[in-house]
Every structure is written in C-alpha cells, then in structure tokens.
Design a protein around this ligand. Structure first.
Ligand SMILES: [Zn+2]
Length: 361
C-alpha cells in the first residue's frame, strides 16, 4: 500500500467512525425546543389522582400486508417493560387496540419530513404509538421519535420493538410526549453539577429538574462510551465550575446503554403527571374514574372512533345512542352497564368491550 492509499484508507475509516458515532448519538429523533416549558402547577387533589392512559398502537406493513413491522407479542412485551417504569408514579396504560396499517410509504418513515402523513391515522383521545419497519431522519437511523414535547403520538422502529435488550425506547419517547426533556438538554444552558451554592442552576438549565444529575452528553461527548456493562458511568469531564459530572445511566431520559435505562426520578414523575393532566389532547387520553354517559340528544355514530373507558365503572344511557356503519366503539372498565336505547350494531366497524386491564394490574 502506497502512502496515498494509506491516507485514503485512514480517511475513509475516520469518516465511517464519525458516521457510526453520529448514528449512535441520534437514536432519538425528538428535537430540542428553542424555549423550554416549565412544569404546570396542579391542585393537590389533581396531583394525587390515579392516571390511566389510553393507548392505540398502529403497526405498519407494506401495501400488500407483508413486511409487518412488529408482532403483537413484541408490542405487548414493550408495553409491559414501559408499564414497569411508570407504575411507581401511579400512571398505568390501557391498551385499546393494536391495528395494522398497510402503507409501504409509511412503513419507511422519515420523521423530519413525513410526520404529517401520520395525522389521518391518529385516534383522538388516545396516545398513539406507530411502529415502522424503517425509521430515520436526515442524519441517520432512529430507534424512536416523539416529534414534539409534549405530544400525543410517537414512532418506534421495528428493531427497537423486537430488541429484547432494549427495554427503554418506548418509555423514553413517552417521556417526551409527557413533557420530559433529555437529561442533557441545553436549550436554556448547560446544567452544572452543584445542587447548592453559586454554581447551582438546575432549576433553570438542563432539563429544569434538580433530582436528575447534570448530564454532559453532547455531539462531542458520547456518554455511552463512558458507561460499562454494569451501568457505571466513569467519565471524568467537568462542568464550568470544575465539578466532575456524575450522570445517571439508569435514567430513562439519558443517552447511553439502553439496557441500563429503567428509572425515572420523582420530579420527572410529577412533571409528567402535570403535563398529562394540564395539556389539551393529553388530558383527553386519561380514563375517568367513573364514566356516566347520558346524551340529552340522539347520538348516531356512523363513522369514526368512540372511546369510553373508566377505572371503575361505565354507565351508558340516553335518548338514543348508536354505533353503526363504519364507526367503532371501545368500552373498557371493570363494570359496564348499558341501558335500553343504546344500540351497538356496527356494519364494517367494530365494538370492543374489555372488562379489565392487564397492564394496570
Ligand atoms: Zn429523546
């Protein structure tokens, strides 16, 4: 090998390494906002309410129905992984349905340019999870994206759903949907390590939360390279005050080894609960404790989706309530009472009644 070839080979290897590093860095496509949102305040009563979130999962396949991005079993396994991380903050998930969408274009999805193509499939009143065979943005491949913070829909790649070692991408993207930033967020300045004294800035910098340690991850410093297989971070980089960062590899909103991420902090939980209950669209995804539906005028639904869920009981009564045509009705609660004048007779739609919720148990 002559000198010129050697230089070319080294250059190519460096380029390849840079590309690989960029792809490792960019496993979440959720964009950093220009201005961060402060945690909404809730009354004490609302802050302590149990929260059940309705989920609707859309699994993409090609136009022919082949090349389905995930099995139902893998989706449910990841939902169970996610539930384990949200249970401590009294948030549980109600899986409404898993439906297949045959659309070759959407099965191969660029989150930077094609998010609008998901909108016609959104089920209002549910948090929507899309699973694509291939998920990427302009700078590389992705495991997931929440598109915005907060939001009512997210996307995941087939690989992230199928990977048994990746237990955290779904919980991570949901965290964005529920108002969480990355622990290494810097939109309003880098967070210092200090939690007291003049260097403390955790209330207004980083992810705005003080019980998530300052996290130095950036495009120039990949924390994944400093975390070992035992999930111990041993980086030596320091903040502007000369304190050595001690980021938490277990935090779901950090980057690093995905198998290490299994934990939210108390403040993250409180922030998510506040965003869920205070954000239009997200608040609609929360099941009532007891749901009494008594329309005072006839309601004849011939298209679209109706979701009636409650943590305890549902009572449907009225002048005339009907689900027919292509309309679908989903009812779920431990106790469901349907009185006369309620007609459930879908044509090409469906009526699904489930009495209990495994994810919430
Ligand atoms: Zn993210």
């Amino acid at each position: 090998m002559n000198k010129l070839n050697f230089i070319l080979l080294v250059s190519l290897l460096l380029l390849f390494h840079a590309r690989l590093s960029a792809q490792l860095l960019l496993d979440c496509g959720t964009k950093s906002p220009l201005r961060l949102l402060r945690t909404p305040t809730l009354s004490e009563k609302r802050a302590n309410e149990s929260i059940q979130i309705k989920l609707f999962v859309h699994v993409l396949a090609d136009n022919s129905g082949a090349n389905r991005a995930a099995t139902d079993a893998d989706v449910i396994r990841q939902l169970e992984n996610t539930q384990l991380m949200y249970g401590f903050m009294d948030i549980c998930f109600k899986l409404i349905d898993i439906q297949q969408i045959n659309n070759t274009d959407l099965n191969d999805h660029n989150v930077d340019h094609e998010s609008g193509e998901l909108l016609p499939y959104l089920r209002l009143g549910c948090l929507n999870i899309f699973v694509h065979q291939s998920l990427y943005f302009d700078d590389g491949t992705l495991n997931g994206s929440a598109y915005a913070i907060p939001n009512t829909f997210l996307s995941m790649s087939a690989e992230a759903i199928a990977d048994v070692d990746n237990i955290s991408t779904m919980a991570h993207e949901m965290g964005h949907c529920f108002g969480l930033y990355h622990t290494f967020e810097t939109a309003e300045g880098a967070e210092n390590v200090a939690r007291s004294g003049s260097c403390k800035n955790c209330d207004d910098s980083g992810d705005l939360l003080c019980d998530t340690p300052a996290d130095p991850h950036s495009e120039d410093y990949d924390t994944e390279e400093e975390i070992n297989a035992s999930c111990i971070y041993s980086g030596t980089i320091q903040d502007d005050c000369g304190s050595t960062y001690q980021m938490n590899p277990h935090n779901v909103m950090a980057y690093g080894r995905r198998a290490c991420r299994n934990d939210f902090t108390t403040s993250q939980g409180q922030r998510m609960r506040a965003f869920i209950q205070n954000t239009p669209g997200l608040a609609d995804c929360v099941s009532a404790e007891n749901f009494t539906f008594s329309p005072v005028t006839n309601q004849i639904w011939v298209s679209g989706y109706r979701f009636h869920t409650a943590r305890n009981s549902i009572l449907v009564q009225g002048i005339n309530y009907e689900i027919s045509g292509t309309s679908s009705g989903y009812f779920s609660a431990p106790s469901i009472t349907i009185l006369p004048k309620v007609h459930l007779r879908p044509g090409t739609g469906q009526v699904v009644i489930t009495p209990a919720d495994d994810l919430c148990d």
